[in-house]
Design a protein around this ligand. Structure first.
Ligand code: ADP
Ligand code: MG
Length: 269
């Protein structure tokens, strides 16, 4: 057996050992990257430490990516939208705030985000995109419409598990509530929603979207006192972003703005 053959036999043996060890660590991807990077390391003259760091780095990156994918899927977003897909030329006023939010600092500070504006101006898109960014940064995220949240909370309440459910939800760094005000709430629903807002206040972030300006929320919650207390907790630590203009959905249709929305737009400013 030539020296070369015995060296490659022992490399093959070592790779077999790596395969077993990687499986034991539940990191089977290491088998592939260890082999691939070994050739590269020899050619590039890496140290052992460089090589080990590169192999571990690939594994960590792959785990983070698959963790993010799982969190994005578990969040229940209607469609995956990203900040890269958002055309800020259409909403120049939102650009700097949204870019600052993309860093995720608001999540560690337990701040909220409120996106207001007429239909089609990108509220759901931006809420989702911030949710995707949060998931990529390692936060657990849940997305639902206001109506769905109330239905979930009502179900927990009926089973006598509302406090448990609210505690469980606090383990999610971000809860997104889409379409606040789309349907007005009954008293019971308004109370449940208030409990969600209170439970997260200064503990974990909320993103809310609404077609209505905050000044019209009293009508949604059917009660001036509840609405005021809720808005107070939501906006105490929040970025409020007012999206403006015509619907992005209608932008190439030669329709400027739906007539029913024209009246609403002034009040959102
Ligand atoms: P809203 O929730 O405010 O009614 P959406 O976020 O659902 O509006 O936006 C409607 C559609 O238009 C979605 O498909 C969204 O991705 C797209 N959209 C809206 N604004 C923009 C934008 N500025 N850049 C790219 N796509 C946009
Ligand atoms: Mg929407």
């Amino acid at each position: 057996m030539s020296a070369k053959t015995s060296a490659s036999t022992s490399a093959a043996e070592t790779l077999k050992t790596i395969t077993h060890l990687a499986a034991a660590l539940k990191a089977p991807r290491i088998t592939e990257s260890a082999a691939r990077l070994a050739d590269h390391a020899r050619d590039a003259g890496w140290t052992h430490e460089d090589y080990l760091a590169a192999v571990l780095d690939r594994e960590v990156a792959a785990r983070n990516a698959s963790g993010a994918q799982l969190r994005i899927r578990a969040a229940g977003m209607p469609a995956v939208k990203t900040l890269e897909d958002f055309d800020f030329d259409h909403q120049p006023g939102a650009r700097s705030t949204v870019h600052a939010l993309a860093s995720g600092a608001y999540l560690t500070e337990h701040r909220n985000v409120v996106l207001l504006g007429p239909p089609g101006t990108g509220k759901t898109h931006l809420a989702t995109a911030l949710g995707v960014a949060a998931a990529r940064q390692g936060h657990r995220v849940l997305f639902a419409t206001a109506t769905d949240w109330v239905a979930r909370l009502a179900e927990a309440h009926t089973r006598g598990r509302l406090p448990t459910e609210l505690t469980r939800l606090r383990r999610y760094g971000l809860v997104i509530v889409d379409e606040v005000g789309y349907l007005p709430f009954e008293q019971e629903a308004a109370n449940l929603f208030f409990q969600l807002v209170s439970s997260r206040y200064e503990h974990a972030s909320l993103i809310l979207t609404s077609n209505l300006p905050l000044s019209s929320w009293a009508g949604v919650f059917g009660d001036q006192v509840i609405a005021a207390a809720m808005i107070d907790r939501i906006v105490h630590h929040a970025d409020v972003i007012a999206l403006k203009g015509a619907s992005y959905r209608l932008r190439d249709r030669g329709i400027d703005t739906l007539p029913s929305i024209k009246a609403e737009q002034g009040s959102i400013d």
